[in-house]
Design a protein around this ligand. Structure first.
Ligand SMILES: Nc1ncnc2c1ncn2[C@@H]1O[C@H](COP(=O)(O)OP(=O)(O)O)[C@@H](O)[C@H]1O
Ligand SMILES: [Mg+2]
Length: 315
């Protein structure tokens, strides 16, 4: 049974001046999952994290963390939450070890050198423990932020755009670290505007835009439900018209009749099977082909079409 670790209900934030950054957000995160909050810049991702971490005061709605309403005592919940902020905001002059020990102390935990060593080792920072943060590479600085967020042994970890502006290699390294976090039993909520990241990392994805959650689902289910298949069949001889047996498929002639374009399987996950049926029908109809290109739509296509629909609705 999934055990809710964070429950947002009707969460709304209107900033002074009237801007609604969160609009009636309902969201439940379960223990042990990696959840990606995917949305463009300005969608409200950082505001949502801020509300849960006590940095942004909600206008209305409730936040339950670890089964308790955070209104009465958000500090207690905050002590079990780690936050890796979007901005590199840490004292650059501090040696790594001090910075991480300090973060632990902030939450009133007793010093635990063995634990801190373990965290630093797991992030390959142990050898750099006496270096000032400013002396480290960009990737290592980001790992220091993770170490600081992990120092008080949180059960729930927020990573706000952990790989924004980071090169591909560092991004992979970060993904690896996030996986290691999960292995330790930490529930991870990451925000990203990289679809690739949500696709690679997350068990479940929530798409947010304009402060509204547009959709939440298991990543695989989302892709199966909203995915579609596209196939391009390069014909041996150009065609003017399609025989009825072929026209019965969701196909169109393209490139002056030299190729046949199939678009189907919407939300059924059965597009590939239908393409196989199509090729058999082509052969049965005496239509020869020289090549086939098949592609399944990705989370990216889903994201783009979802946001496109939103824009149309807003217009
Ligand atoms: N303190 C604030 N006062 C007014 N507007 C804000 C404030 N913080 C954020 N916003 C606005 O709220 C929206 C959502 O911001 P944010 O949560 O940072 O988005 P994201 O993290 O998804 O990029 C943006 O339009 C931003 O300009
Ligand atoms: Mg943000």
């Amino acid at each position: 049974m999934p055990e809710p670790i964070l429950e947002l209900a009707g969460l709304t934030k209107v900033f002074p001046g009237g801007f609604k950054a969160l609009d009636n957000v309902d969201l439940t995160i379960n223990r042990g999952e990696i959840f990606a909050l995917l949305g463009p810049n300005g969608a409200g991702k950082t505001t949502l994290i801020g509300a849960v971490c006590g940095l942004v005061r909600p206008t209305s709605g409730t936040i339950r963390a670890f089964g308790q309403d955070t209104k009465s005592d958000w500090r207690q919940a905050r002590a079990r939450i780690g936050l890796v902020p979007q901005e590199l905001s840490t004292d650059m002059f501090e040696p790594v070890l001090h910075a991480v020990e300090y973060s632990r102390g902030l939450f009133g935990l007793a010093p635990d050198p063995a634990r801190i060593e373990e965290i630093l080792r797991s992030l390959s920072l142990w050898d750099k423990r006496n270096n000032r943060i400013m002396e480290l590479s960009g990737g290592m600085k980001r790992r220091v932020l993770i170490a600081k967020a992990m120092a008080h042994e949180p059960d729930l970890l927020f990573l706000d755009e952990p790989t924004a502006g980071v090169d591909v290699e560092l991004r992979k390294d970060m993904w690896h670290q996030i996986d290691a976090m999960r292995a330790r039993g930490v529930t991870v909520i990451l925000t990203t505007h990289y679809i690739e990241e949500a696709e690679e990392m997350a068990d479940r994805v929530g798409i947010i835009r304009g402060g509204k959650i547009l959709m939440v689902d298991q990543k695989d289910a989302m892709m199966a439900r909203l995915g579609r298949t596209e196939a391009h069949v390069m014909l041996a001889q150009p065609l003017d018209t399609l025989p009825p047996a072929i026209a019965a498929f969701p196909v169109e002639l393209k490139e002056g009749g030299r190729s046949l374009c199939y678009r189907g399987g919407d939300g059924t996950g059965k597009g590939r099977e239908e393409v196989a049926e199509l090729t058999k029908a082509l052969i049965a109809s005496g239509i020869d082909y020289v090549g086939i290109d098949v592609r399944e739509s990705s989370l990216e296509d889903i994201f783009v079409s979802l946001l496109g629909d939103e824009e149309e609705q807003a217009a």
